[in-house]
Design a protein around this ligand. Structure first.
Ligand code: ADP
Length: 330
């Protein structure tokens, strides 16, 4: 976390605790002063009673005494009841504010990371493409060398395209600007096409797949392709190049189940939910080795939800992760 945000968070936390302790201290003080007032009133009533009815054994004295006791008891339960409700409301409010403030700071920090990451992510493919094109223009290269440079350019352009798609679609999905189509599609074809594009980009990578044919879904082809390609890109990014990636599609109990599995670094249990949050990336800027924006899985979740499906992540055996997407069958 950058120092300025850390300092602000420290300040906000300190002010929060001071205010909360002050409110609770005021509540305790209010409780004791009411208790004191009630006791004094009780003593006063008793003294007045002794003056008004000197015979302490008489029925009138006994009835009045019972009344005074009853009033005292009712007052006690009134301020204990009011105090407890007040304390409960303060605690609920405090928990709510505490979480909101922390969420706000985390979002601010993630947005800063995102801006840094995006600047880097946009600059790298452009610089690589520029350099490759300059080399192609300047030197007489063999056909093989030319192909290699063009292939690199294509890879960077596709990466840039994916990145821009992720940014555009995430803001459009949030702002309600993207209206997901609901047409009957063959998901099997989409998965096969996404795997084939992936193989063109990473020819050396082994992708195992088992695709059940004719898996029809009602949905948006662009979004579903982005979903599959984001999951494949992550499997590639977070596992070593020698390990295979699996992408399977099957029909199960009236639903379509898509599984993308890798044998990579895996995701700890306490991070499994967080990775679907916007801009969330595991680790810190200092420890991360991979490039990214923290938008990929957030968009996957949004896409799956807009298709009334579910997405979850599990541990793969013996290592890595398994993303399971279920979508309703058309
Ligand atoms: P990023 O652009 O950082 O890849 P994502 O939203 O796609 O953003 O993923 C969020 C985080 O989840 C990543 O930063 C990474 O730490 C973790 N993650 C995603 N996919 C995998 C995977 N297949 N294996 C291990 N970690 C993963």
């Amino acid at each position: 976390m950058p120092d300025t945000i850390k300092r602000k968070l420290l300040w906000a936390t300190a002010v929060f605790w001071i205010l909360l302790l002050y409110i609770i201290a005021a509540l305790v003080w209010w409780f004791f002063s009411l208790e004191k007032q009630n006791r004094e009133l009780y003593e006063l009533r008793k003294e007045t009673l002794v003056i008004k009815v000197p015979d302490q054994k008489s029925a009138a004295y006994q009835t009045e005494q019972a009344n005074i006791e009853d009033k005292r008891r009712r007052n006690i339960s009134k301020y204990i009841g009011e105090g407890s409700i007040f304390l409960l409301l303060i605690i609920i409010g405090a928990v709510f504010i505490y979480h909101s403030v922390r969420r706000q700071f985390r979002l601010q920090q993630q947005q800063q990371n995102f801006v840094m990451a995006i600047t880097h992510e946009l600059k790298t493919p452009i610089s690589v493409s520029k350099l490759n094109l300059e080399t192609l223009l300047k030197y007489q290269l063999s056909e093989e060398q030319q192909k290699k440079l063009l292939h690199m350019n294509l890879q960077e352009t596709v990466r840039l395209d994916g990145l821009i798609n992720n940014i555009l679609i995430s803001s459009q999905l949030e702002g309600g600007g993207y209206h997901a189509a609901k047409e009957e599609l063959d998901l099997s074809d989409l998965v096969i096409a996404a795997i084939s594009e992936f193989k063109t980009r990473y020819p050396e990578r082994l992708v195992l797949s088992s695709i059940q044919p004719d898996a029809d879904v009602n949905g948006d082809a662009t979004l579903l392709k982005l979903l599959i390609s984001n999951l494949l890109e992550n499997a590639n990014k977070y596992s070593s190049k020698e390990k295979p990636i699996s992408c399977d599609l099957m029909q199960k109990d009236g639903a379509l189940v898509l599984q993308v599995t890798d044998e990579g670094i895996g995701i700890d249990d306490d991070e499994k939910k967080k990775v679907f949050e916007k801009f969330y990336r595991i680790g810190s800027e200092q420890t991360r080795k991979t490039k990214g924006t923290g938008l990929g899985l957030y968009i996957c979740k949004k896409i799956v939800e807009s298709h009334k499906g579910t997405i979850s992540v599990f541990d793969n055996e013996p290592a890595g992760t398994k993303f399971i997407v279920t979508l309703p069958q058309a």
